[in-house]
Design a protein around this ligand. Structure first.
Ligand code: MN
Ligand code: MN
Length: 302
């Protein structure tokens, strides 16, 4: 990998890690989810990073894709299982990383084990990765680790490749042994993200998305939508939240624009992903540059 590009990945990783370290102390009973969202997004910018996607704070049975609403009233309660998933980019080179926090002193023991299950699954996966390994082996060790804890991996969520300005690329990194023969290659950048649950091990797409991304650029008729589309283009086709648009343009205008853009298939939405049996979900995630000695650039001090 080009040295300058690698430096950009490392810097994105550094900012992401430091941000999550700070967030750990901020998620407490009685604190508003929206305030943590703003802290994360402002901190990333203050440190010189860009948002590769809006801060995702998904609670309990929601696995992912929850971004604070404009007037979000959610307040953290004791024993909430909170997944904080953040994406930082430098010049398009992305670090994607997540942690699970259980709210309150002396949290429920079962929840602690559920968090540990996906955390150990990630640690074990990071131990075995190297160029040439079959990707199914990563899935297998994730599945085996989580199953040993008595929980299930979420099988329809997976890790992924990272490319410039692109968050979900090939190869897909499964959270179970999917029996494909594909191998990891030197120079690839991937995110590994085991999800563990006490439910069935599957998520579904719910409704009322608050995260969107631009998929096609075409002229639009209404003045309001044109103005908001200009703002959306600044995200370089990476996901954005309605919250940020509403802060800038107000709620009414943003709703009109998003509706028109969705109707014309110029943007896509990412609805929250709940577990099908309402199971609790934990998630841990790191991003890695695949080299002879892989670089976990959202973890290692760099
Ligand atoms: Mn992530
Ligand atoms: Mn990811």
């Amino acid at each position: 990998m080009d040295k300058e590009i690698k430096e950009k990945y490392l810097k994105a990783g550094r900012i992401a890690k430091k941000t999550l370290d700070m967030v750990k102390t901020k998620v407490k009973e009685g604190i508003k989810l929206a305030d943590v969202t703003d802290f994360i997004e402002e901190n990333i910018k203050k440190m010189g990073g860009g948002l590769a996607f809006p801060a995702q704070i998904s609670v309990n049975n929601i696995a992912a894709h929850y971004a604070a609403l404009f007037e979000d009233k959610t307040v953290f309660k004791k024993n909430d299982m909170v997944k904080i998933d953040i994406g930082v980019h430098i010049d398009g080179y992305i670090a994607d990383t997540a942690i699970t926090i259980i709210v309150g002193e002396k949290p429920d023991e079962k929840l602690e084990r559920l968090s540990l299950a996906s955390k150990e699954a990630l640690d074990n996966a990071l131990e075995i990765i190297k160029p040439g390994i079959e990707i199914r082996e990563i899935g297998k060790i994730i599945q085996d680790t989580i199953t040993k804890f008595g929980f299930s991996p979420v099988i329809n969520l997976s890790g992924h490749g990272l490319e410039r300005y692109q968050i979900h690329c090939k190869p897909s990194i499964p959270n179970f042994d999917n029996r494909t023969k594909e191998k990891l290659k030197e120079g690839q950048v991937i995110a590994i993200e085991p999800f563990a649950t006490d439910g069935k091990g599957k998520i579904y797409e719910s409704s009322n998305a608050s995260v969107f991304s631009l998929i096609e650029e075409k002229p639009v008729r209404s003045r309001i939508t044109r103005e908001i589309l200009r703002e959306i283009k600044k995200y370089n086709r990476m996901p954005f939240s309605e919250r940020r648009l509403m802060k800038k343009f107000g709620k009414g205008k943003t709703i009109i624009a998003l509706k028109e853009l969705m109707g014309r298939n110029l943007i896509q939405d990412y609805p929250p992903l709940p577990e099908i049996n309402g199971g609790m979900i934990s998630q841990w995630e790191h991003s890695v540059i695949i080299e002879k000695k892989p670089v976990v650039f959202t973890r290692d001090i760099n």
